[in-house]
Design a protein around this ligand. Structure first.
Ligand code: UTP
Ligand code: MN
Length: 492
């Protein structure tokens, strides 16, 4: 490095750079006093300044090299985070060895891995040096998201792009968020994103801004944007997609109250139910409530067919404590009986007076059909999207996740039931367990890496032109030559 001999005037000049010349303008050192001690810190500060290094007395955003001595990594990082400063891109957190070597060399020596104090509460370094797969189905993603600050920002951008139907950029942000969710620890600086897949220029810009300012201006702008907020509100209604929301917005509607009171707004059956039960179904459903729904359906089902079974899928199977709906798979040992079973379950729920809404979709399943390439395609099994009336008495422990002012002793919950033929149970279970991003990448992996087509019904080997049978999810992973990923590791 060529030393630049120049005196810098800085706003912080007063606290002590004194008359020393600053020879290295790209480096601003901050010495951590804890464990080093005040007097040693003062000595080291004077030494560095006499050699032309710029040493900052206070920790600020201009610091590029933080130097600590004798601090256990975890303790140091906890302390650093507690300072409440955004840890800027390319901030180096270094052991005293870098400082000593630089003093000996009379100039800042290049930073090497051995100098860095790794954020070692986590094994980020190890993960970043091993390769992170571009496919979510080759990553293990638990609910413990250490990069929420970044993924939340990406998810707002995703939502915005979904409203404007920009599929490509939307998918890019979804993939980036998914990669970050799989990491065992928080990114420390932009450099950490270097080896990661799916983090293109636009994603890195977002990360960089968050490192520097603690937030992303595009996201901040969206959160205050009237159109974005209105679109979010309208699409949160069951049965309302971006097209309808946009139409309402252009008519000048801004609140749900306005939507329901406008005589010329045409609502379909699903939207009417969505608005009628909005207060309930916009609230999360707890695991205890999901289990209560399960018991009601199980009892109903066993009256009809004692050999039938049911499985909780969706987010709850992945270990989530709350969901927006409850997803159950019903199955019968004898293939062909499932459609009648589902219809009879619905009839009984209606008879019990707890069926508030029902959208039944009959089977269009064809066992010879090759899986569909389009991810968004609906599956062909008989299924229903319901709103059920859940009585507080049926829920164990905590009771209902109701609005406190709703004292009516019941709440409405969204429930999805699907009834595949027995020989397709494993594919259905895998498909409905999610997460959506995990499913998307399973299919992409199958197609691009294995020449196979996968959907909720089947796996087709294009090379051999056969549909591959599977009894369990493990069988499907094995067909794909993938390591088995547990449901709780599929929160991609
Ligand atoms: P959900 O939308 O219920 O998501 O679909 P989730 O992960 O359970 O999230 P919360 O907790 O309810 O908010 C679960 C899975 O079922 C698939 C989806 O693709 C997703 O992976 N699914 C859903 C289908 O395959 N077909 C459908 O008709 C509906
Ligand atoms: Mn769900």
């Amino acid at each position: 490095m060529l030393p630049l001999v120049r005196k810098r005037s800085r706003p912080g000049e007063a606290h002590g750079q004194g008359s020393h010349e600053v020879r290295f303008t790209k480096v601003t050192i901050y010495l951590v006093e804890r464990r080093m001690g005040r007097s040693r810190r003062r000595i080291l500060t004077n030494l560095a300044r006499s050699k032309g290094f710029y040493v900052e007395d206070i920790l600020s955003g201009t610091v590029t090299h933080i130097v600590a001595e004798g601090n256990p990594a975890m303790e140091l990082w906890l302390w650093l985070r507690a300072q409440g400063l955004p840890l800027p891109a390319r901030l180096e957190v270094l052991d005293i060895s870098w400082f000593t070597e630089s003093m000996q060399a009379g100039e800042p020596v290049p930073v090497e891995t051995r100098h860095r104090i790794q954020d070692s509460s986590q094994q980020l370094g190890t993960v970043l040096t091993s390769r992170v797969s571009q496919y979510a189905c080759q990553r293990r993603t638990t609910l413990d998201n250490r990069n929420k600050i970044f993924t939340d920002a990406f998810e707002v951008l995703v939502e915005h792009l979904e409203f404007s139907d920009s599929k490509g950029p939307c998918l890019a942000f979804k993939r980036a968020a998914s990669v970050l969710k799989s990491l065992p620890s928080t990114l420390r600086h932009l450099g950490d994103a270097d080896g990661l897949p799916c983090l293109g220029e636009h994603c890195r810009d977002v990360l960089e801004e968050i490192f520097e300012c603690g937030k992303c201006s595009r996201v901040e702008d969206l959160m205050c944007n009237e159109k974005f907020r209105t679109m979010k509100l309208f699409t949160s209604v069951f049965g309302v997609g971006p097209k309808t929301a946009e139409k309402w917005y252009h008519r000048g509607l801004r609140t749900l109250q306005e939507v329901v009171s406008q005589p010329n707004v045409h609502l379909n059956k699903m939207q009417r139910a969505g608005l009628l039960y909005y207060r309930d179904i916009s609230r999360g459903i707890s695991r205890a409530e999901a289990d209560a729904v399960g018991r009601i359906i199980a009892e109903t089902m066993h009256c009809i067919s004692p050999s039938a079974t049911m499985t909780l899928t969706g987010g709850f199977r992945r270990g989530k404590a709350f969901g927006h709906d409850v997803d159950y798979i019903l199955s019968t040992p004898e293939s062909g009986a499932e459609e009648a079973l589902l219809l009879r379950v619905i009839d009984r729920l209606r008879y019990q007076g707890i069926l508030l809404y029902c959208d039944y979709q009959e089977s269009t399943f064809d066992k010879e059909r090759i899986p569909c390439r389009r991810f968004e395609a609906m599956d062909h099994f008989p299924k229903c999207f319901l709103i059920l009336k859940l009585d507080a008495m049926t829920v164990e422990d905590g009771g209902l996740q109701n609005n406190p002012e709703d004292q009516r002793g019941w709440r409405a919950v969204r429930v999805d039931l699907v009834a595949p033929p027995a020989d397709r149970y494993a594919y259905t279970l895998l498909g409905w367990t999610g997460s959506t991003q995990f499913e998307r990448d399973l299919r992409r992996f199958a197609r691009l890496e294995r020449g196979m087509l996968l959907d909720n019904h089947a796996l087709y080997d294009r090379n051999k032109s056969i549909l591959l049978p599977a009894k369990t999810e493990e069988d499907i992973f094995a067909h794909l030559g993938l390591e088995y990923i547990e449901p709780w590791q599929r929160n991609a």
